[in-house]
Structure formats: structure tokens, C-alpha cells
Design a binder for this molecule. Structure first.
Ligand SMILES: Cc1ncc(COP(=O)(O)O)c(C=O)c1O
Length: 397
């Protein structure tokens, strides 16, 4: 049989991931036809906020340094000073003593998730994903030779503990969660975090460990809450993966990390595996320059109030027009139900009104759509008549 130019699995993945590329291409065509001001792009999760001033001050200071060796390879887990700064920030943020040697710097949360899954999964292991989920989780899981097992969250996008319990098998190796969530904007409440921890504790055994991987890049982007609940305190086999992509608005700088909480059994072995994989997967880790920057501004945070303003403006209008929506309590996304069950069809209709959004289907939850509100305030303001017209059109059929 004739072979394709690229691996068959990759060719199949490229097809399944093509909806995002199609959206991008469609956006380009629409902008060329209608002009930039008449296309409202809510499809990209690329933070548009400005990084905080501490970040720029740190960049200037690091750029001025001239000691020898600053731009060479560093130890595989990262520079000690950067790991120490991140550990001290995380200890405050998670209210847990996390020490510097339990932190591994990575190329974004994406690099961190890949290293963690690769570190713990054997071929044929299962990784439970809670839908709606970040679409790349499927690829990360399969790249670790494991099998994604998708479990739906409930109507409020909270973990459905019974459904998770039913999905656990002797091959379950990890549960990968994300709160605040992309795409739903849901924050898992404290009871759900405790319940999930208790459930996994019943299945976790020394001879058959089950890891809880907490992918937390939106942790500090929360609205109406002082603190984001986490299961990490309640479940010893938790692994934190995160980055500064969203909360410093520096997604292009690939500033991520993995942190192992103090109670994690076999911490040193896991750390050793992560440190090796960071290199052998080809990331090495976050760039030397950026690590020295982060060492100076590990606590800094972007202007979350700006995103809150965007959320309020968009969600209030959508609810007023009749969209069914759970107002997001975190992250950068609203995830309304589409007014017709066929989300792909409704996305098409929105595009006819100049709005680009992503169908829920791509996140494992058809019948919904993701709207990224990390856009200019003006884009939201100008788009509102189009959102109203699109729902009016399907309601009047
Ligand atoms: C849930 C989630 N995890 C991981 C990532 C990857 O983030 P990073 O830029 O830190 O690799 C993203 C990016 O959008 C995300 O939404």
C-alpha cells in the first residue's frame, strides 16, 4: 500500500485538528472581503493584555547583564534562581510548601503536560479527560502512547464524580484536569475538588498509582473569587503544570513549569524522569533569557480587571439577547450553548455575520461554542449587534 508523506497517525491528526486552521483561513478571507473592522475574531486564546511593568523592568535588567555563560545550556530542570523564585511564588499561591528542587522549568504548560504524561504513562494506559477539554490534551495523551478516555462534566461544567468513577479501570494512569477551564471558564468548586481527590484516593495504590495532573495556566485569572480551589491539598499524587503564558500575557515566550507538591510519593524518581524528558523531548526547557526574567518577576500578574470588564460586557449582552450561558468565573472564555443543536452550523451562521468562534465539538462538547474574550474592548462592542442578529435569525425560523 502506498504510504503518505507523513506518518499515517499524524496525517489523521492533521485532519481532525483542521477546524482551527479552517477558522483562521476563513478569518483571513473575511477580513480581505469586509475589512478588519467588520470581522470580530473570538476564536483565538491568545492573551491580548499587556504584560505588567515588572516584566518589562526584568527584561531590561536581564538584557543589561554581561557575565560569561548567561546564554549557555543550563541544568535540565532550569536555573536554580528561577526554580527558587517560582517555588516561593507557588508556595504562597497554593498555600503549600513547594521547594525549589521540586520545580522543573518547561517550554510552556504544553511542554510540561507532554513531559508529565510521557513520564508516567506506559503503552495502553488510560488518561481521563473531562469534557469540555483543551483539544491538545488528546495529542499529548497519544504522544505518551496512552489512550484518552473522555468523561463529560455536568451542566455547570463541574466534575461528574459518578461518571468519573464509572470510567476508572485498572489501566487508568492519570486524570488530567484544568480549572479555571478552557473552554468553559468554569472554576471547579471546593466540594468538587475534594470529591475528586477522595474518589482517586480510593483507586490509588502503591502498586498501581493514579496521578492527578492539574494543568493550571489560568489559575490566577479568576473573577468574583479570592482564590481558586484546587484538589492538590487533598490528593498526594497530584502534579501541577502551569505557565506564565496567560497571567503575564507572554504566551509567545514559552515560560512554563511543573511543580511536585511535598506529599507526592516517589517524588525524586518522578523528578528525575521529568528532568530527563524535558531534554529528550527536545524542549530542553524555558529559554535561559526568560528564566532569568521570571526569576525577577515570578509574582507579577497581568491586569485581570481588563478581562473582567470584557467578560461582563460580552456575557451581559449575550444573556440579554437570549443565549444560554453559565457566566465564566475564570480563564478567558465564554462557552454558551448554541441556539440550535448543530454547533458547526451555528458557527457558520455567526461567520456570515462577521463573527469567528469555535464549535464545542472541537472541545468534546457539541451544542456549545467557545468565545475568547481576550480581545480589544472595541471588538466586543462592535460585535454585539451581530450576536443579536444571529440568534434572531435562528429564532425566527
Ligand atoms: C488549558 C490549557 N493548557 C495548556 C495550554 C498551553 O499553554 P502554554 O502556552 O503555557 O504552553 C493552553 C493554551 O491555550 C491551555 O488553554
Amino acid at each position: 500500500m502506498a504510504r503518505s508523506a507523513v506518518a499515517a497517525k499524524v496525517a489523521a491528526d492533521m485532519k481532525s485538528a483542521s477546524f482551527i486552521r479552517e477558522m483562521f483561513e476563513r478569518g483571513r478571507r473575511m477580513k480581505a472581503q469586509r475589512g478588519d473592522d467588520h470581522v470580530f475574531d473570538f476564536s483565538l486564546g491568545n492573551p491580548n493584555g499587556v504584560p505588567p511593568e515588572q516584566f518589562f523592568a526584568a527584561v531590561r535588567a536581564v538584557a543589561a547583564e554581561r557575565q560569561p555563560g548567561l546564554h549557555r545550556y543550563m541544568p535540565n530542570a532550569g536555573f536554580d534562581e528561577c526554580r527558587a523564585a517560582v517555588a516561593s511564588f507557588l508556595s504562597r499561591e497554593y498555600r503549600l510548601p513547594i521547594d525549589a528542587k521540586s520545580v522543573v522549568m518547561t517550554s510552556g504548560a504544553a511542554g510540561g503536560c507532554n513531559a508529565v504524561l510521557r513520564a508516567v504513562c506506559d503503552p495502553g494506559d488510560e488518561v481521563i479527560l473531562l469534557a469540555p477539554y483543551f483539544p491538545e490534551y488528546r495529542f499529548y495523551t497519544e504522544q505518551a502512547n496512552a489512550r484518552p478516555v473522555v468523561v463529560q462534566t455536568n451542566d455547570a461544567f463541574q466534575p461528574d464524580l459518578e461518571a468519573i468513577a464509572a470510567a476508572i479501570t485498572p489501566r487508568t494512569r492519570a486524570v488530567l484536569i484544568n480549572t479555571p477551564n478552557n473552554p468553559s471558564g468554569a472554576v471547579f468548586d471546593a466540594a468538587a475538588c475534594r470529591g475528586l481527590a477522595e474518589l482517586l484516593s480510593r483507586h490509588d495504590r502503591p502498586d498501581q498509582p493514579v496521578y492527578l495532573v492539574c494543568d493550571d495556566p489560568y489559575r490566577r485569572i479568576i473573577y468574583d473569587l479570592d482564590w481558586c480551589p484546587t484538589p492538590v491539598h487533598h490528593y498526594p499524587r497530584s502534579i501541577i503544570v502551569s505557565s506564565y503564558s496567560k497571567d503575564l500575557s507572554i504566551a509567545g515566550e514559552r515560560a512554563g513549569y511543573i511543580a511536585l507538591p511535598p506529599a507526592l510519593p516517589e517524588r525524586d524518581v518522578v523528578l528525575g524522569a521529568l528532568t530527563m524528558l524535558n531534554r529528550t523531548l527536545g524542549f530542553v526547557n524555558m529559554s535561559a533569557f526568560m528564566q532569568r526574567v521570571i526569576a525577577r518577576c515570578a509574582d507579577a500578574l497581568c491586569d485581570v480587571e481588563f478581562y473582567r470588564g470584557n467578560r461582563d460586557l460580552l456575557c451581559k449582552a449575550l444573556l440579554e439577547y437570549g443565549y444560554e450561558l453559565i457566566v465564566p468565573r475564570g480563564a478567558l472564555y465564554a462557552f454558551p450553548r448554541t441556539p440550535i443543536p448543530d454547533d458547526v452550523d451555528f458557527i457558520d451562521r455567526l461567520a456570515n455575520h462577521g463573527i469567528l468562534a469555535v464549535p464545542g465539538l472541537g472541545f468534546g462538547r457539541p451544542g456549545y461554542m467557545r468565545l475568547s474574550f481576550c480581545v480589544d474592548r472595541g471588538t466586543i462592542e462592535r460585535s454585539l449587534p451581530a450576536f443579536r442578529a444571529a440568534i434572531g435569525e435562528v429564532r425566527s425560523r
